[in-house]
Design a binder for this molecule. Structure first.
Ligand SMILES: NC(=O)c1ccc[n+]([C@@H]2O[C@H](COP(=O)([O-])OP(=O)(O)OC[C@H]3O[C@@H](n4cnc5c(N)ncnc54)[C@H](OP(=O)(O)O)[C@@H]3O)[C@@H](O)[C@H]2O)c1
Length: 177
């Protein structure tokens, strides 16, 4: 028996870059360096809240400037980050906080794969950068089948970035990008 999909949360989006095989990470890092994609990531997430898994947080090295950082971890956070990062030890506390905040601001799930798997089922949209080349990697993820591709946000020599929308919800229910 398949479980019904959770109700999508308004203004909750995921942002991801992946190669044609679904590779998103290698050795705890991104397998590529694409400044144009990083600029798009920055412009879309700046001023909003990012939701991040601890391994990705470690790979970034700390909270990203200009964004509220919500971190999923079951561990203690190093002292230097305790004032600038809001910690959640599970979905039981994170999901109600996301639901409450999403009435007035945008929230972005920025990965990694373990966090996409748990939170994308609640997302209204995904911004996916689809790389043209394949890379070696050890972390994979795929856009779920109940999302449909909408417009292209960016098209370059190295990648195409798409907006995906969860099926069955009206565009007007979400603030524009
Ligand atoms: N291509 C992209 O767009 C993209 C984006 C982001 C990351 N990445 C890559 O993805 C890789 C990391 O992904 P990953 O899947 O290994 O790890 P991750 O999702 O970044 O982090 C996993 C960690 O998050 C915490 N966590 C997850 N679910 C939790 C829950 N329900 N409750 C409490 N804590 C929870 C745990 O931290 P604790 O162990 O501390 O408890 C867990 O070990 C890296 O290579 C990174 O560079 C790629």
């Amino acid at each position: 028996m398949t479980m019904p999909s959770p109700q999508p949360i308004r203004n909750l989006r995921a942002i991801v870059a992946m190669d044609p095989t679904g590779t998103v990470g290698a050795g705890g890092q991104l397998p590529w360096h694409l400044p144009e994609d990083l600029r798009l990531f920055r412009s879309l997430t700046l001023g909003h809240t990012i939701v991040v898994g601890r391994r990705t947080f470690d790979s970034i090295g700390g909270p990203l400037p200009g964004r509220d950082c919500w971190l999923l971890t079951r561990r203690e956070l190093p002292v230097q980050f305790r004032e600038s990062v809001r910690i959640f030890s599970g979905l039981d506390s994170l999901l109600p906080a996301i639901r409450e905040a999403s009435t007035e601001r945008q929230l972005w799930v920025i990965g990694g794969a373990e966090v996409y798997r748990q939170l994308v089922p609640y997302c209204a949209e995904i911004v996916q950068t689809a790389l043209r080349k394949s890379y070696a990697g050890d972390v994979r993820w795929q856009v779920p089948e109940n999302f449909s591709r909408r417009e292209i946000l960016l098209n370059t020599k190295e990648f195409v970035t798409y907006r995906w929308r969860r099926n069955g919800i009206a565009e007007v229910e979400t603030d524009p990008l």
